[in-house]
Design a protein around this ligand. Structure first.
Ligand code: ADP
Ligand code: ZN
Length: 726
């Protein structure tokens, strides 16, 4: 099994549980696999598929992803195909033929196909060895993503008695789990539940003061890296996307109100690294299998802890350090409470309240966020310091809160214990607004006694007093604050109170932007990485697949660390299997060798790490800059290629990358005639910009690849400058 793991997938070791699961599948047992995103579920059926004689059917609801999955398998030398509604009839017929002739090992099918009688007949004509049900929670109405089509799966199972079924999901709750077993009719299944901890994710929850500023700060750290920003409303996604675009970021909004085609295009652009940031409602994510998302921001308060876990889970599937940041404010809380109060059904409303309380508890926490998440998911978490959340990373300091606590409690008593936090803060800070004046509270001796304390700080303090039991919250919607018996004793006996607070704001920022579970990032040569990434993009663009189908970031990092010199060394890199070794070792080795010659380095394989910068600062590589400079001097792409001794495609991909990272270069001298340019732009508008081939097919041979590429570059430059594109 290890041999196959290496020769097909390029990996040396199994991830936790993979080996056990595969052993059961090979023993033809029904299995249910619950693993978090990024846990390595696919391999649990892909590897057995290679060992069985017949074909493995994989049912997956995510049609958008199927192609990338199939492309990924093919790049690894695994014969795979797919059948879904997006496929032209002719191609579908071809795939069916191949399947019948036993030429495919893995066949992805969309669940809605299963309802077609003809399709069932086709399946019956195959020798099926294994049935894999991906995203198996879609079969359960308890889950967050019920798909009626998944009910067809029971029939599928019945039509293939004795064929083992493996069901896989990242949703772990017990009702869903039980539902999957019954709905699919799994027989005496072996159930595998792996830890849902995501060690490479750093969780951080910050007060929502100056959220845009904080966001820009985070994006600065994650320059050029894929990021998802979740917002509460459709309108808000558009606003934020615009604000980011205006500041030169490549960002697009995504929500259910946008047209289907546009949504698909945005998704595709994100997967193919043609847009860096997507600002989305929670509608975005189900179909996103992008492994290298480095940052997920919840700009507004999420509705539930499950949702928060799912959405943050989209970061770092490739196992590399990634940041998850949530901005939390009292205002958001009130907003959600208002929405919940509008729910008419009593039960539903109660449920929503409970969910909200749980997410608020996560925000209010003064202890490890990860521990809370894990316990929420039903896992015990023994460690006290996870090393990967703001609480554990951030030094907190104790301070004497006696006096300020006395002030807050007295104000609550003086105003009659009938008000919420905002009102209390107004009185404490001496804000004589109408509400305060009509009640005559501006006349109270406590009015303005905490004038010198910031309102956020006061709100935080009120939260602490609630958490510590000195204040009691009453009622829902807009909870009022009353002094608890404990609080009264505190006042009466003049007790001392010590609370903790973040050491200082600078430190808070530090923690939110730290390198995750620290020290885990490999020390690799970042410039070489950039060179390799440029080559990867070139190859991916040529083949019209996402970059990660060629090699994942982890694999490139290893190359940039070990700097292999020959095929034997190259083959040792994790992620390099036989097929990729054959196809890609030459160009990648060439880049590495040239880089080492130019930089006077010798191989790093048995040596101490290079002068490695601890943190990878993503920048534009020297090589890309050189290309840009030559183009800016007025050379044609052909001339640049000749002068630099690299291919035109590489030159083009340099420019793509440069523009993608927000760079601007004058392309005037490369532009085709005005009429041609207009036609090309129209074609891109019609067919989407993600791929050149359809546009070229459409326009014919009068148009060169270079012309198409240049017009697209210009379009992107305009977009990244925030100019509306006609
Ligand atoms: P899931 O479907 O559970 O979210 P994937 O199957 O997409 O996870 O795998 C997540 C990542 O882990 C992928 O980039 C995959 O290539 C990688 N991976 C899977 N198995 C291994 C392994 N044994 N060693 C190293 N990387 C692996
Ligand atoms: Zn922690």
């Amino acid at each position: 099994m290890l041999d196959q793991l290496k020769s097909y997938f390029g990996f040396d070791r199994f991830l936790p549980l993979q080996e056990e699961i595969i052993a059961k599948v090979l023993a033809r047992r029904d299995t249910l696999v619950l693993m978090p995103t990024g846990g390595g579920k696919s391999l649990c059926y892909q590897l057995p598929a290679l060992r069985f004689n017949g074909i493995t059917l994989v049912v997956s609801p995510l049609i958008a992803l199927m192609k990338d999955q199939v492309d990924g398998l093919r790049a690894n030398g695994v014969p795979a195909g797919m059948l879904n509604s997006a496929l032209p009839a002719q191609e579908a017929a071809l795939v069916q033929d191949q399947a019948r002739q036993g030429k495919l090992k893995i066949l992805y099918v969309a669940p809605e196909r299963l309802a077609l009688p003809g399709f069932q007949r086709f399946l019956q004509s195959l020798e099926v060895s294994l049935i894999a049900i991906d995203e198996a929670h879609c079969i359960s109405e308890w889950g967050h993503d019920f798909r009626p089509d998944y009910r067809n799966l029971k029939a599928l199972r019945e039509n293939f008695p004795g064929v083992p079924v493996i069901a896989l999901t990242a949703t772990a709750t017990k009702p869903v789990r039980e539902d999957i077993v019954t709905q699919l009719g799994l027989e005496n299944p072996e159930i595998f539940i792996s830890s849902f901890n995501r060690p490479n994710l750093t969780y951080s929850i910050q007060p929502k003061t100056d959220p845009l500023g904080s966001l820009l700060h985070l994006l600065e750290k994650h320059k050029g890296q894929p990021a998802i920003i979740y917002r509460f409303s459709r309108k808000a996604t558009e606003e934020t996307a615009l604000e980011l675009s205006e500041r030169g970021y490549s960002a697009l909004p995504y929500h259910a109100g946008l047209e289907r085609d546009l949504r698909r295009e945005t998704q595709e652009k994100f997967i193919r690294d043609q847009v860096q940031i997507v600002v989305a409602t929670i509608a975005f994510g189900m179909g996103i299998d992008k492994p290298d998302v480095r940052l997920v921001v919840h700009y507004d308060l999420p509705k539930t802890v499950e949702g928060y876990y799912q959405e943050t889970g989209r970061a770092g599937r490739d196992g590399l350090p990634s940041d998850c940041v949530l901005f939390y404010s009292y205002g958001d809380r009130t907003k959600q409470e208002y929405f919940i109060s509008q729910i008419e059904d009593d039960d539903e409303r109660d449920k929503a309240h409970t969910k909200l309380d749980q997410i608020l508890a996560l925000c209010d926490l003064q202890t490890c966020r990860r521990a809370y998440l894990m316990e929420y998911l039903g896992e015990s978490w023994p460690e006290t310091d996870c090393g990967g959340c703001d609480i554990c990373l951030l030094p907190r300091e104790e301070f004497d809160a006696t006096e300020i606590a006395q002030k807050v409690l007295s104000t609550a008593i003086r105003t009659g214990e009938r008000f919420g936090v905002n009102y209390l803060v107004d009185v404490l800070r001496g804000t004589a607004n109408k509400a305060v004046r009509t009640r005559g509270h501006d006349e109270l001796p406590v009015f303005g006694i905490a004038r010198d304390v910031g309102s956020d700080e006061l709100k935080e303090l009120v939260r602490s007093l609630v958490t510590n039991g000195l204040l009691a919250q009453q009622g829902r919607g807009y909870p009022t604050l009353a002094v608890s018996p404990q609080g009264r004793t505190f006042l009466k006996d003049r007790e001392q109170l010590t609370l903790t607070r973040p050491k200082h704001v600078a430190a808070a920022r530090q923690a939110s932007s730290s390198q995750g579970t620290s020290g885990r990032a490999t020390a690799y040569d970042t410039k070489l990485f950039d060179e390799l990434a440029a080559l990867r993009l070139e190859i991916a663009t040529d083949r019209e697949v996402p970059a990660y189908v060629i090699f994942g970031n982890k694999t490139l990092q290893q190359m940039a660390f070990h700097m292999p010199q020959n095929e034997a060394e190259f083959s040792k890199i994790s992620g390099v299997g036989d097929a990729k070794l054959r196809e890609f070792s030459e160009p990648f080795l060439k880049v590495i060798t040239e880089y080492m010659q130019a930089n006077g380095r010798t191989g790093n394989i048995q040596q101490v790490p290079v002068t490695a910068p601890k943190k990878r600062v993503r920048g534009i590589s020297m090589s890309i800059r050189e290309t840009r400079d030559l183009v800016a001097q007025g050379l044609s792409l052909g001339e640049v290629a000749e002068q630099r001794g690299i291919s035109q495609t590489t030159i083009r991909s340099h420019l793509e990358r440069f523009v993608q990272e927000g760079g601007q270069v004058d392309l005037g001298h490369l532009m085709p005639s005005e009429t041609k340019r207009r036609k090309i732009e129209a074609a891109f508008k019609e067919m989407g910009e993600a791929r050149l081939t359809p546009v070229r097919d459409y326009l014919g041979d009068d148009y060169t690849w270079e012309e198409l590429a240049v017009v697209r570059l210009e379009l992107r430059q305009r977009q990244s400058q925030g100019e509306p594109v006609a």
